[in-house]
Design a protein around this ligand. Structure first.
Ligand SMILES: [Zn+2]
Length: 235
């Protein structure tokens, strides 16, 4: 009995791990990183558009001549369609990050379907053509959720390095999370918004991004969008 309980506990822990761990492929194939031998990096920004921080971030990317990939929340796209359009017009790639940012590991198939299609509609209305890329909120996913994602013709994009910028107190803290792990082919997770409300302070992220770009370029890295990196997917 005890052994059975312990086994059930382990299975639950394992299921939780594979639902949330960015690199796990157990519940379906996802894109995690490009080729490690390349010197390419992909910056990704979640939870926007976010006024005014998305625009500040665009200024930094423009100054450094870097294009990035933005995973937007549909309800914020509805609130700030012009800001979403500004991201697209600057040449960045835009992907789906659901309409209301629920954890899909706990959502029904019908709820996943609704979240994906409402975000797709918001993006289509605001920016028109956009990528077929999707990032699950909190990294949460299950076979049911990933099946819905594929049904929509969307490709799930995870990450290998996170700046943990949602809880950072300074730009330096974000950079310390990124640098020790950074390798060629990495997809880097950062946030231009906060999923709870419009206006979340992302000043630390904007500053960290500027410094990371300069330092990485000095070391011979180049920045690409996720679709540009995907042909060099790590085996
Ligand atoms: Zn998010």
């Amino acid at each position: 009995m005890l052994a059975m309980l312990a086994g059930a506990g382990l299975a639950a822990v394992a299921a939780g791990y594979h639902s949330m761990a960015p690199g796990s492929q157990l519940y379906g194939r996802t894109f995690v990183r490009g080729a490690p031998e390349s010197r390419q990096l992909a910056l990704t920004f979640d939870d926007g558009p976010n006024d005014p921080w998305t625009a500040r971030l665009l200024e930094v990317l423009e100054r450094r001549q870097v294009r990035a990939t933005f995973f937007m929340i549909g309800r914020f796209v509805r609130q700030k369609p012009a800001l979403a359009r500004q991201v697209a017009e600057a040449g960045h790639v835009i992907g789906n990050h659901t309409f209301t940012h629920p954890n899909l590991a706990f959502a029904s198939g019908a709820a996943v379907e609704r979240e994906l299609s409402e975000c797709e509609r918001a993006l289509a209305d605001a920016v028109g053509d956009h990528s077929r890329l999707f990032r699950p909120p909190f990294g949460g996913r299950t076979p049911v959720a990933l099946r819905q994602v594929r049904r929509h013709g969307l490709k799930t994009i995870m990450w290998r390095v996170s700046g943990f910028d949602w809880s950072a107190k300074s730009a330096a803290q974000i950079e310390h999370k990124i640098w020790p792990r950074l390798r060629g082919g990495d997809v880097i997770l950062l946030h231009d918004g906060g999923h709870r409300q419009m206006g979340a302070d992302r000043s630390c992220t904007v500053q960290a991004v500027d410094e990371v770009i300069v330092r990485a370029q000095e070391q011979g890295f180049s920045f690409v969008t996720v679709p540009e990196m995907m042909p060099l997917q790590a085996g």
